[in-house]
Structure formats: C-alpha cells, structure tokens
Design a protein. Structure first.
Length: 94
C-alpha cells in the first residue's frame, strides 16, 4: 500500500488538476524558473523520492494519521489505474 500511496501522492502533486494544486504548481514554477526546484517538481522520479521520504517520516512520527492517509492514497491509485485500463479496454476501435 505504501508504494501505491507514494505513486498517487506524486501524481497528485505533479500532474493532477485538483484545486488548488495547479495554482500552487504555477506559482512554484514561476518563482523557481529553470532551477533545481522546478526540475524536482517536473520529474516524477525525483519528486517520488521526497514524497516517499515524507510519507515514511509521517508514518514513523504519527502512525495513526499516516495509515488512513496511506490507505486513501493507495485506494485512489488503484481506482485511477483501473479506470484508465477499463477506458482503454472498452474504447471502440476504428
């Protein structure tokens, strides 16, 4: 579940359009331009390392908070991936 939670949180921070995330990302990209920080946000491999570290620290410090969060993020990841796969499978071919 932890790996799925890291995947979902990384995607949420990097790509998803859930308000207010797009505005925050735009502000960060404007502020940091082409620096290492904007590259971190732009690279899922880079960002996922920090997301994993943050979730691991949260799980160590506050397990009663972290476990429900990890469960929600992992469940969301599975639901999203299954939905995308079903869309591909059931899409009419031309």
């Amino acid at each position: 579940m932890f790996v799925l939670a890291v995947f979902r949180a990384t995607r949420l921070l990097q790509r998803d359009d859930v308000p207010p995330l797009p505005a925050w990302r735009a502000k960060l990209m404007d502020r940091y331009g082409s620096s290492v920080w904007s590259a971190l946000l732009d690279c899922p491999w880079c960002l996922s390392v920090w997301v994993a570290a943050g979730l691991l620290l949260l799980r160590s410090a506050c397990p009663r908070v972290a476990q429900p969060l990890i469960t929600v993020l992992a469940s969301s990841a599975v639901a999203g991936v299954v939905t995308e796969l079903l869309d591909v499978i059931t899409e009419p071919r031309s």
